[in-house]
Write a protein that binds this ligand. Structure first.
Ligand code: IPE
Ligand code: MG
Length: 250
């Protein structure tokens, strides 16, 4: 979700006005995603690096986050959305941690879509943390290092309970990943748009999804191999792994 600051600057408004406009986009895009039938939507709301921003902006963002959660929780319940976070939530001020916990608790049984906010999130740190957790288990004898495989490693990532990442959208004409879900984008389709996040509307999301649908995702296989398979069920890394393990399920 990039471009809030530039959106505000263009209008001679303070950056925080851009973030407020950005929250309206979040409202629109969460509802649009839910109604299209997207099962998991993850929004990069606050990165590890964002702690370096002016403290006035950080305070403003935290306040907006709190307001968002208080206002959105009843809507999440209505729209059957489960609230989730990735990142170092423990870095956030206590008053935010409390509302996060409350929203998670209230929406925990919702099964329509999982809305994840990445908060104090950095992918490199996530990967390093996962390595550290596995090393600890190996050191205390509860894990045999030989057993560390993809599945084992992934279970230590923040995204352990989320489905495979299909599509990553970055707004505002920046062509970078900026430390977001670096491990998880291995086979994701990347989509970049010039639109600033506060200007992003339902139609933009639909265009990204239409474009996604046109791309042939081969996961390292040949186009011919894929034609023989029923696409929807074949596009699963888990099944690919069982293939690699010599257990094709044809
Ligand atoms: C992204 O917008 C939103 C957050 C990081 C919370 P920016 O604040 O990065 O907007 P630009 O890049 O300055 O336009
Ligand atoms: Mg930015």
């Amino acid at each position: 979700m990039d471009g809030n600051g530039r959106w505000a600057k263009k209008r001679f408004l303070p950056r925080i006005a851009g973030h407020r406009a950005g929250v309206k986009t979040v409202d629109r895009i969460v509802s649009a995603s839910r109604s299209i039938g997207i099962k998991a939507l993850t929004l990069y709301a606050f990165s590890d690096e964002n702690w370096g921003r002016p403290s006035r902006e950080i305070t403003g963002l935290m306040r907006i986050l709190k307001e968002f959660l208080i206002k959105e929780t009843p809507r999440m319940l209505r729209e059957e959305i489960r609230f989730n976070t990735i990142g170092m939530v423990e870095d956030l001020p206590e008053f935010i941690q409390e509302v996060i916990q409350e929203s998670k608790e209230k929406t925990k049984d919702q099964g329509g879509m999982v809305l994840t906010l990445a908060l104090s999130y950095g992918a490199r740190r996530e990967i390093v943390e996962a390595a550290r957790k596995l090393a600890k288990k190996a050191a205390n004898g509860t894990l045999d290092p030989e057993q560390i495989d993809l599945g084992c490693f992934e279970s230590e990532l923040f995204t352990a309970d989320l489905p495979e990442l299909d599509l990553l959208i970055r707004t505002s004409g920046e062509y970078r990943i900026s430390n977001f879900l670096l491990y998880q984008i291995a086979y994701a389709e990347l989509y970049f748009t010039e639109t600033l996040w506060p200007d992003y509307v339902e139609k933009d999301l639909h265009e990204a999804i239409i474009e996604f649908g046109k791309r042939e995702r081969r996961f390292g296989l040949t186009g011919e191999q894929l034609k023989k398979k029923e696409k929807a069920s074949f596009f699963s890394m888990k099944r690919l792994r069982s293939w690699k393990a010599g257990k094709p399920d044809e």
